[in-house]
Design a protein around this ligand. Structure first.
Ligand SMILES: [Cu+2]
Length: 69
């Protein structure tokens, strides 16, 4: 498993945290480690997904990813 942390804009409350968490939980190959306002940290299987694909999942949930590390 690899790890990635995403900095996310547009998150302002617990609802946003839940929305991002839910989107990540549904993404294949992703284990959510922590979601907070403005960031998310996950572990992922590089055979099933990539940091870019996970960032796209967060974007699609309505919260633009501003940085990945
Ligand atoms: Cu919110």
């Amino acid at each position: 498993m690899q790890h990635a942390t995403f900095e996310i804009s547009g998150m302002s409350c617990g609802h946003c945290v839940k929305a991002v968490d839910k989107a990540l939980q549904q993404a294949e190959g992703v284990t959510v480690e922590q979601v907070a306002i403005g960031s998310a940290t996950v572990a992922y299987d590089p055979q099933q997904t990539s940091a870019e694909a996970i960032a796209a999942v967060i974007d699609d949930a309505g919260y633009p990813v501003t940085a990945t590390r």
